[in-house]
Design a protein around this ligand. Sequence first.
Ligand code: SAM
Length: 208
Amino acid sequence: MRHYNTEFDTSVPSAWAGHYPFAYDLVRHFKPNNIVELGSYAGGSLFAMCQAVQDEYYPAFIHAIDTWQGDAHSGLYSNEVYESVLKTVSTKFQNLSIGLHRMTFDEAVKVYPDYSIDLLHIDGYHTYEAVKHDWETWLRKVSTTGIVLFHDIAVKEGDFGVYKFWDEIKNDYKHYEFYHSYGLGVIFMNAEMFWQLQQVNAFNKYHA
Ligand SMILES: C[S@@+](CC[C@H](N)C(=O)[O-])C[C@H]1O[C@@H](n2cnc3c(N)ncnc32)[C@H](O)[C@@H]1O
């Protein structure tokens, strides 16, 4: 996986910022056609992936799903957050196919065919029960060559429970984990894709 020297927009507040280079390079490398993000908030992780699609210049469908209202962890926030994401999408990424789907994950899941998602990012509500539910409802939508990202696998405070759920499932798949920026778990449905990166030590350069 090539390491691109890219400037990321750091004006968007995001606990995800430390993962921008990895996500950007991952998207440029594998060119996932159908990208779905569960939880986009102000667009930090979303824009890193959009930037990769734009720079790689390939035809992807990018779906950002969020109520854009917040939850008990991120706090409830105003409509300005959604407005700012919409503005960036329509000014900076206007040539990409990006859908901002303002609804719950459970409402959205019904419209995706099984095995249709090539890159799924799970970053909604972070209790054990919520992340388990998101995984169980979306797993069948992920393609046989799909990659799934889980944010916050390193957070062990309060009722954050992604780390517990991650520990339960990670060994069922070829996976990789980062601990900086609250942690990112990466699952590969296709072991070959994992080995491809592992063999060239591709992951090592993204640790903070
Ligand atoms: C941690 S933030 C996402 C952060 C974002 N990925 C970033 O890079 O900064 C979680 C978001 O998930 C949304 N959310 C949580 N549970 C949801 C659900 N069940 N359906 C839709 N949106 C949800 C919240 O509104 C919030 O904006």
